[in-house]
Ligand binder design. Structure first.
Ligand SMILES: [Zn+2]
Length: 106
């Protein structure tokens, strides 16, 4: 299965870690002790708290796909709402800007 870990504060640009495992609880235990993934070791060392925010069906191939999509924030139930809100705000601002430009052209 694929699992998505959400950090309680970002580490540089990373706010999530996506991994795959056949044994989630064992994998989580490894991460808690700074093993299994370099990023997770660094996160743990930095004293950043984290939690498994979501799990998905799939193996290594899907893990790669998830990582390539670079939209972990959208997949994350903790961050998804915030992410969508930010997108909505951006679209609203774009529309307002375009409206202002049209008015200016007249
Ligand atoms: Zn998140």
């Amino acid at each position: 299965m694929i699992y998505l870990i959400c950090f309680d504060r970002p580490y540089r640009h990373a706010h999530h870690y996506i991994g795959s495992t056949n044994n989630l609880s064992e994998r989580i235990h490894e991460h808690e002790h700074g093993r299994g993934a370099r990023l997770m070791a660094v996160i743990t060392e930095a004293g950043i708290h984290w939690q498994v925010a979501a799990t998905f069906e799939g193996g290594r191939k899907e893990e790669r796909k998830f990582k390539n999509r670079k939209n972990a924030a959208q997949l994350c139930p903790n961050c998804g709402a915030k992410f969508q809100e930010r997108q909505r705000t951006q679209k609203r601002e774009q529309r307002a800007r375009r409206r202002a430009e049209r008015k200016g052209a007249r």
